[in-house]
Write a protein that binds this ligand. Structure first.
Ligand code: SAH
Ligand code: SF4
Ligand code: F3S
Length: 449
């Protein structure tokens, strides 16, 4: 009989990708994914440690899963509980101390050993695995089996060597590692054959990609993108997340020369103050970021930008915050995420004493978000009346409606027949809200491949 597997995913897209791979590795062992934990034989929480609340949510979710386990135990059924991802990596043994009913605590680089660990936990009780054999993970995970749909994720790079002073990622994901280009190309060909028209290349520092090429040379991301663009059926390529420091000339040129590379780039800047950028160890100044944006827009004039911001980093003054607002106004973002600084245990910034009071952080966050939302609204409105290609990804709220993505990653609600699902259609945009566009499909042909 099939065993039921429930995976709940928190955090970044790399976790989304990893969750799919965990399902793949467990499939030959009889586990089939389900949508709810209530009658699952195995529950995996794939966690994120980037900000405080994320870890707390995991512990409260574990409390709920424990009740499910007790209810099933009363019926004579067993439930395996596993915690994966960055909280697992950071907490390790501590997690089993705080939640002893957890069977498995596994870090992001150990997923290929999941079946063996499940067996070991059944024999011997709890297993904690938080080592970093990154190469083994990608070499030993089975090929992705379940189709991902019109838009797919593909992890090409993991880990981070940047050590921004606020960030846990270098500790939870380990050192930078790039998958060999041939491995990436093979996975991309498979995704395209399964019907994915768009691939988003993932990495904590994806533009630092340096993978062994099939020609014996070391390939950068630009080279990889150009090779991927040759794959029949792959009409759209994106990559995320990038660091401004790794945006090299070859990649900027690719934005101008590779039509499949979509005109939308998530390029986190965090702050517009040089003093704070230095304290964050970001390795560039505000002016460098502005110059980079200008070069990118020269290469691809319709490029839209997105970013991440942290407000209330230790020592941030009103003047520092004003510098962030000035940068935001200078760039004009299409979209952005902004967060209050949250001290993470083990990171250098967490030791700083000049903390910004909570109410100031909140006030600054509101001011920043008001500016960013206004920019996002203006960007969306600028598309009203235009015709654009939309990749249709899922059914809409009403019959006769589908939802897709614009080249700029905006969700687009379209009047279009169900048979257009998975296709790229030309659409005329009739309306915009702060979060999405709406319009009508014009042509039912697949646009550029
Ligand atoms: N590699 C990416 C970021 C990954 S984390 C980069 O270099 O930009 C995603 C975002 O979470 C970061 O860009 C940052 O804005 C936010 N973040 C990370 N650590 C944080 C912290 N301690 N407090 C608040 N926000 C944080
Ligand atoms: Fe974290 Fe900085 Fe690495 Fe991004 S570049 S993952 S923010 S340490
Ligand atoms: Fe979170 Fe880990 Fe991703 S901390 S953002 S799940 S790399």
């Amino acid at each position: 009989m099939k065993k039921k597997l429930f995976i709940k995913t928190y955090g970044c897209q790399m976790n989304v990708y990893d969750s799919a791979r965990m399902a793949d590795v467990l499939a030959p062992h009889g586990y089939a994914p389900v949508d709810a934990p209530d009658d699952a034989d195995m529950v995996i929480l794939n966690t994120c440690h980037i900000r405080e609340k994320a870890a707390e949510k995991v512990y409260s979710e574990l409390g709920r899963i424990r009740l499910i386990r007790e209810r099933r135990a009363a019926l004579g059924r067993k439930t395996v509980i596993a915690v994966a991802g960055c909280v697992a990596q950071a907490e390790g043994e501590e997690m089993r101390a705080r939640a002893p009913f957890v069977d498995l605590v596994l870090g992001p680089q150990t997923y290929h050993r999941l079946p063996e660990m499940v067996a070991r936990a059944a024999r011997a009780g709890g297993v904690v695995a938080t080592d970093f054999p990154v190469e083994a993970k990608f070499d030993e995970l089975p090929e992705a089996s379940a189709p991902q749909g019109p838009s797919a994720f593909l992890t090409v790079q993991e880990g981070c060597d940047k050590f921004c002073t606020f960030c846990v990622v270098p500790y939870t994901r380990g050192a930078e590692f790039s998958r060999p280009a041939a491995q990436v190309l093979a996975e991309a060909r498979k995704l395209a054959a399964q019907g994915s028209a768009e691939i988003t290349l993932l990495g904590q520092n994806v533009n630092a990609y340096r993978g062994a090429g099939p020609d014996g040379e070391s390939w950068g991301l630009a080279r990889l993108v150009r090779a991927l663009a040759e794959i029949p059926g792959l009409a759209r390529l994106r990559y995320t997340t990038s660091h401004p420091r790794d945006m090299d000339a070859a990649l900027i040129a690719a934005h101008g020369e590779v039509p499949a590379l979509m005109p939308f780039l998530h390029l986190p800047v965090q702050s517009g103050s040089d003093r704070i950028l230095a304290a964050m160890n970001r390795g560039h100044r505000a002016a460098d970021y502005l110059a980079l944006v200008e070069r990118l827009r020269r290469a691809r004039p319709d490029l839209a930008l997105s970013s991440d911001f942290i407000v209330g980093f230790p020592g941030e003054t009103e003047a520092d915050f004003e510098a962030t607002l000035a940068l935001v106004r200078a760039v004009d973002f299409a979209q952005a995420f902004s967060f209050k600084y949250s001290p993470r245990p083990g990171t250098p910034a967490a030791l700083a004493e000049d903390r910004v009071p909570e109410e100031i952080k909140t006030a600054r966050l509101h001011r920043l978000q008001a500016e960013l939302w206004e920019q996002q609204r203006r960007f969306n409105e600028s598309k009203v009346g235009t015709v654009m290609p939309v990749l249709l990804e899922k059914p809409g709220r009403h019959a006769g409606q589908l939802v897709g993505r614009s080249p700029w990653l905006q969700p687009v609600h379209l009047d279009a027949p169900a048979r257009a699902m998975g296709r790229i259609v030309e659409a005329r945009i009739g309306a915009a809200t702060i979060n999405s566009l709406a319009g009508r499909a014009l042509v039912m042909e697949v646009a550029a491949a």
